[in-house]
Structures are given as C-alpha cells and as structure tokens.
Design a protein around this ligand. Structure first.
Ligand SMILES: NC(=O)C1=CN([C@@H]2O[C@H](COP(=O)(O)OP(=O)(O)OC[C@H]3O[C@@H](n4cnc5c(N)ncnc54)[C@H](OP(=O)(O)O)[C@@H]3O)[C@@H](O)[C@H]2O)C=CC1
Ligand SMILES: CC(=O)N[C@@H](CCC(=O)OP(=O)(O)O)C(=O)O
Length: 337
C-alpha cells in the first residue's frame, strides 16, 4: 500500500532532505511540497540535487494544497506549525519537526522560545522506552530537535541505569551549518565559518528543557559550537558518576539500552563516533568511558543533523504512524569519504 505525504517547508534544508528520502521511499509518495517565498518555483531550482522531481513545483502552504495527504510533515520555523496544524482536519496525521509541540511545561517553553506555548504532542523519539508504541498510535507527533536527539540518546541510558547523577550534566556539542537552516545569515557565510569553530547560544540553548524532559536530567550546562562542515552533530555529554563505575559499565549500559535497535549503534570499545560515518543516514553512533582524572562519565554521540536529527527521524516516525516497516526508505550506511 502507498500513502500520500505533503511536506510543509519543503524548500528549506530539512524539507529538502525529506523530499530526497521520500523520492526513494517504497511506500510514500509526495503529493505536495509546500513552500513560502518559493511557492510556484520549480523544486529543482531550490534543490538542484533532487532530479527525481523533474518539472514539479512547490505549492503554497495551505490546507487546500495538503487536502489529499494521508500525513503532513512540517519543517517550518518555530511558531509556524501550530497555526497550520490548527487549520488541518483533526484526523490528518502530522509529524512536526519544529519545536512548537515538544515541551510539556509551558513555563519551560516561555523561558526559551518567543510566543505562547502551543501544547504538547507525542514525542517522536522511537528509541526511548515505550515511545515507539505511542508514536505508532498517535495522530500528531512532535519530532526531536537535532542536538536533543544526539544528547538524549547518549544521556538517558546512564540515568536509567542509575550510574550517573542527574544533577550535574555538561554537554558540549558541535553542529554543521545546515542546522541553522538555509536563510542567509552573516555568521553562516563561508568567510566566517570556514577554518573556524565558534560557540553560540552559550548556556542558553533552546534544547536544554527538551533534553531534561526526555532524559530525566535535573541540571544541564550546554555549550553549542558551530563547526565548518555542512552537516553533522557530535555531542559529548559528561556526568558525575553516581557510584563506582568503570568504562566497561558505561559501555554495557549503552549496549543494554539499545539492544536490537536498528539505527543506534554502540561502537566497539576503543572506537569513537564521527559525524562523517553518519552522513546521509538515520544512524546514531555512541561510545562511552570514564574520565581517568575526574571520574566523570563521558559519552559521545554522532548523528547527521539533517538525518536522525531531522528528515530521516521524521520519516521513521511517519513509517510508524502509517503502520509501515520502521526502516522503510532509510539507511544506516553513511557516505564516505
Ligand atoms: N536544519 C536542521 O538540522 C534541523 C531543523 N529543525 C527545525 O526544522 C524547522 C525547519 O528547519 P530548516 O529546514 O533548517 O529551516 P529553513 O530555513 O532551511 O527552511 C524553512 C522552511 O519554512 C518555510 N517557511 C518560512 N516561513 C514560512 C511561513 N510563514 N509559512 C510557511 N512556510 C514558511 C520556508 O519557505 P521559503 O524558503 O519558500 O520561504 C522553508 O521551506 C525549524 O523549526 C528548525 O528549527 C529541527 C531539527 C534539525
Ligand atoms: C547550527 C544551528 O544553528 N543549529 C540550530 C539547531 C536548530 C534545531 O535543531 O531546530 P529546533 O530548535 O527546532 O530543534 C540551533 O542551534 O538553534
């Protein structure tokens, strides 16, 4: 059986990656690719790599344009998806990559985002305990933020196993520039980014409340870095050990948490994650140890921010919501070198 999917925000980076994945998906067809300033434009004028779309054009982002869709994927700026969702039929399935519906706590939303809290949808991270079943049963799913995917999957097993303290978690995470979207900004110019790494939103990143909500951490200090690469996130999480713990214990906790998971790979001891290995995939690479000096637990994770951090994650959720094989149209094999 084939289902029809509409994409809102299809002219952006995340939406373009959704179109790329859906072009080769065995059971999902793109019925409408919605855009804003690019409505009416050829899809290949904005995404020249998406040859499969031939002479198709972006539609406006309206309920009418999406009426035939069994499921709508939204890759819109923060604050836009709630307004669009309110205009769609209540039984039309939606996966929203924006942040609008991720947080349960309205006060946490107001502390990090402009505008009022839009409410809470089912959280779209299938590898969290019990979440896969909830996503499969949901009509509306709020997909996970890119840094949040990498960081939650590194941190949650440590807290669930009781080997790390939730009180003092430190995250240092670097992202490729596509994480910031395709609108022109001075700090994203090649002359600013190439050959340079720089921190931003230091101590004030909007994914902190989301990571706390989904991992159980009580306090997080987060330093994001902009890295001179188009894609990829590498997140290093450190936490105080709650008990006497060895590197083997940390590795075992990660292996146990993701036993049987198709997309989350705990590497062999001694091997560490790299962003390049996840390029173009829905894969997550993880490795952990204990700091020789401080005794803190260290876990590093790598993802493609446009893959498991965005478009591939959204397709994984759509597959679950439509009763399709969870991995349909997705890969764990990166593009290298
Ligand atoms: N990039 C990433 O790695 C990740 C992004 N996200 C989230 O996904 C969302 C999209 O991100 P990204 O693709 O990077 O952003 P982009 O800026 O690249 O794309 C934004 C898209 O939204 C459209 N758009 C803008 N304003 C409106 C509007 N008023 N009505 C309808 N459509 C509108 C744009 O259309 P047009 O260009 O035609 O004007 C474009 O298609 C954001 O919420 C982002 O935070 C989440 C995880 C990872
Ligand atoms: C490099 C860069 O700027 N990255 C973005 C990631 C945004 C994102 O993941 O989107 P949500 O906020 O919808 O989760 C940032 O740090 O804000």
């Amino acid at each position: 059986m084939t289902y029809q999917v509409a994409v809102a925000g299809a002219s952006g980076y995340a939406g373009g990656e959704v179109l790329r994945l859906l072009a080769d998906h065995p059971q999902l067809d793109v019925v409408a690719a919605g855009a804003h300033s690019n409505a009416g434009e050829y899809i290949t004028a904005v995404h020249p790599h998406l040859t499969a779309y031939g002479d198709r054009r972006f539609t406006p982002t309206t309920p009418e344009a999406f009426a035939e869709a069994d499921l709508v994927i939204m890759t819109l700026p923060h604050g836009q998806s709630a307004a669009l969702a309110a205009q769609l039929p209540a039984d039309q399935k939606i996966v929203d990559l924006g942040a609008d519906h991720r947080l349960q706590d309205a006060a946490a939303w107001e502390a990090y985002y402009p505008g009022p809290h839009a409410g809470t949808w089912t959280y779209g991270l299938p590898e969290l305990p019990g979440q896969r079943e909830q996503i499969a049963a949901a009509t509306r799913v709020a997909a996970t933020g890119c840094y949040a995917v990498a960081t939650i999957l590194a941190l949650r097993p440590l807290l669930d196993a009781g080997i790390a303290s939730p009180e003092d978690v430190v995250v240092v995470a670097a992202s490729g520039t596509s994480g910031a979207g395709n609108a022109p900004k001075k700090n994203l110019l090649a002359s600013e980014v190439m050959g340079s790494m720089s921190p931003y939103k230091v101590g004030a990143h909007q994914h902190v409340p989301e990571i706390k909500q989904a991992s159980g951490a009580a306090s997080i200090s987060m330093t994001p870095l902009l890295a001179p690469m188009p894609r990829g996130i590498i997140s290093t999480v450190t936490a105080k050990a709650a008990a006497e713990v060895s590197a083997a214990d940390v590795h075992a906790a990660l292996v146990k948490a993701y036993d049987g998971e198709h997309f989350v790979h705990v590497l062999r001891e001694g091997q560490w994650p790299s962003t390049a290995a996840t390029y173009g995939t829905n894969a997550v690479q993880l490795q952990g140890t204990v700091d020789k000096d401080s005794g803190r637990i260290i876990v590093t994770s790598a993802i493609d921010n446009l893959g498991k951090g965005a478009a591939a994650q959204v397709v994984q959720c759509a597959n679950l919501m439509l009763g399709l094989p969870e991995a349909a149209g997705l890969t764990v094999n990166g593009v290298a070198p």
